[in-house]
Design a protein around this ligand. Sequence first.
Ligand code: FES
Length: 105
Amino acid sequence: MSEFRFICDVGSVPPRESRLFIVDEVPVAVFNLGGEFFALANECPHAGASLAHGNIDGDCVSCRIHHWRFSIRDGTYIDEEKPRYNARSFELRVVGGEVQVNLDA
Ligand code: FES
């Protein structure tokens, strides 16, 4: 059964920035795109670098190590059409000022 869990307050991630949170031992990168929030698994699919510490450019984040780019909105690997390199994205919702994530989706 899928379940949303509290991950942070909306004020914890400033606009156009990202932060790393741990939920049930799962590292999750939360992004704030001008009031829209998104969550990706923190590990870059290439070699595991932190996506929360990547560079945000528009709707994508580029990994700091080898600069692969991923859609913040759904984790799609942008530089080539190779779905096996998509970052995992998590379902996210905002309820009453709380950012909540569903780790099962
Ligand atoms: S570890 Fe992210 S692009 Fe290589």
